[in-house]
Design a protein around this ligand. Sequence first.
Ligand SMILES: Cc1ncc(COP(=O)(O)O)c(C=O)c1O
Length: 369
Amino acid sequence: MMKIPMNDLSRPYRDNQTVFDTILTKVGASGYYLGGPYGKAFSREFAEYVGMPHCLLVGNGTDALELALRAAGVEAGDHVVTVANAGGYTTTACRLIGAVPVYADIDADTLLMDMDDAASLVDPNVKAVVATHLYGAVADVEALRAKLAAQGKACPIIIEDCAQAHGASLRGQMAGSFGDLATFSFYPTKNLGAFGDGGAVLCRDEAVMERLSRLHQYGWNTRYNVAVPFGRNSRMDEIQAAVLSARLPKLEDANGARRAVIEAYAAAAPSCVVFPKRPDQVPSAHLAVVMVEDRNGFRAHLAEREVGTDIHYPVLDCDQAGWRDLPQVCGQLPSSRRCSERIVSLPCFPELTQEEISIVAEALAAYTP
Ligand SMILES: Cc1ncc(COP(=O)(O)O)c(C=O)c1O
């Protein structure tokens, strides 16, 4: 029986081996391994692609979140509204700063932040909202702004976590261009993936960009002169930037291939396998997540047919053992809890073959609870 993996990163390399091998040669010959022309070019190209004026390339998506929060003025003790079902990356960034995560519940149909709940949690302690475009679907931050305005509340800084949403759009507008800042990860399995770690912060405001560029290199304003506290070292290698530049023009097609995978699964699956709703969107289809009542039975059924599955994510941030003794603001989160017990991720990457997609679709069609 053919094994269907959750991902296989040897395939995109194999499909474009000459391009990638040439990058190593070119970067090596340039003599710049960091801070050179490839990084400058990719930050320009990516800012233009997303539709934001400024882009800073950093070491990874978690650094991007931490730097974005700091550049937005979030300090120890400040509150940050986010969700508890998005893998813990925003909470990790908050913990590094000493900021307090405030967990909004999710909408059970979309698995994204429930904007009514988020708006109700905004108070003067809240400095920022991090909206995660989870699984490649765009959380509606404009709806949040409208709800806050209707309640007469000032809108905190909005940061979009686009680590799973490169190229996704809502009502025709690109993910990453709605908020004050946007963060991206280029982890190898992402829709736009590097050959290792990478990340980016995009922003609208020049002063915020200035703060970001200091914070990502030791707090320096000029070499060896520290102008702001809490600086760190978080940079992107030239090799990663060159790989990302080569892959960016192919992102739209790759996202289309991911969407086709999910459409094929949705067409084949019985109604007890529930796909999240994606209203007004062209999602990046980062992960094919479904919900089922008997998750263990469903996974066993697929495993028997050699179809890989995973759970993104098995533990809500508010329940993580390592953060138990740290402050958080958290209600009952009924939808987050109920959905986190039912979610299952199916294989979804652009290089899946038609035969593999059909095998997964047939396995879904054959599922009876
Ligand atoms: C939603 C989300 N945010 C942030 C991150 C963090 O990115 P990185 O792994 O590059 O630190 C990831 C991925 O890992 C992610 O999926």
